[in-house]
Design a protein around this ligand. Structure first.
Ligand code: GRF
Length: 194
């Protein structure tokens, strides 16, 4: 049995899709959802899905090794970031080499880096007149949006599309692909070709 820890700061729609996808999988389990935001929608979703939640603050995350130790003690195999807004601390990245993945709502390496999250991404994509956007699922290192890319999928952008329209297309791609890619990263029989 492989154990996933999900980190989320927001609504948690991706977290829920992943939980639904693995619900009947006897080889994969969501052990825990961690969040820095007590008001995040993901908390309510986790309660509904009967997944334990751990809330933590900035000081605990960045100045202690409590979270890293807890994840190691729980035998977590993969950390999945699903709308988690804070940079991963160095000790956590070192403790889980190539075992932390993130989804970014654009086609990296464009439209990534500090400040490029949520609606800012889709506004920048629209302002640049891009003909397509998409998703990037990648390994996580100590820098925003820089780890090795695992998977990308694209969606076309019409000239009349607003940032909200782009956000909707990108979210549909996230929900379609992230649960499968998370599972494939964990399943040695079907290794993803980088
Ligand atoms: C997604 O767009 C994801 O790409 C980004 O944050 C958003 C999370 O949405 N990193 P949700 O909380 O899963 O609904």
């Amino acid at each position: 049995m492989k154990h996933i820890a999900l980190f989320a700061s927001g609504s948690g729609s991706n977290a829920e899709k992943i939980a639904d996808y693995v619900a009947d999988n006897t080889e994969v389990k969501i052990a825990l959802i961690l969040s820095n935001n007590p008001k995040a929608g993901v908390i309510e979703r986790a309660r509904r899905l009967h997944i334990p939640v751990l809330l933590f603050d900035r000081a605990t995350f960045y100045t202690t090794s409590q979270i890293t130790e807890l994840l190691l003690n729980q035998g977590i195999d993969l950390i999945v970031l699903a709308g988690f807004m804070w940079l991963m601390p160095a000790d956590l990245v070192r403790a889980f080499p190539n075992r932390i993945i993130n989804i970014h709502p654009a086609l990296l390496p464009k439209f990534g880096g500090k400040g490029m999250y949520g609606h800012f991404v889709h506004e920048a994509v629209a302002a640049a007149g891009e003909k397509e956007s998409g998703i990037t699922i990648h390994y996580v290192n100590e820098h925003y949006d820089e780890g090795q890319i695992i998977f990308q999928a694209t969606c076309p952008i019409a000239q009349s599309d607003t940032p909200d329209d782009i956000a909707r297309s990108v979210q549909a791609l996230e929900h379609m692909h992230y649960p499968r890619v998370v599972t494939e990263v964990l399943t040695p029989l079907n290794p993803l070709k980088p």
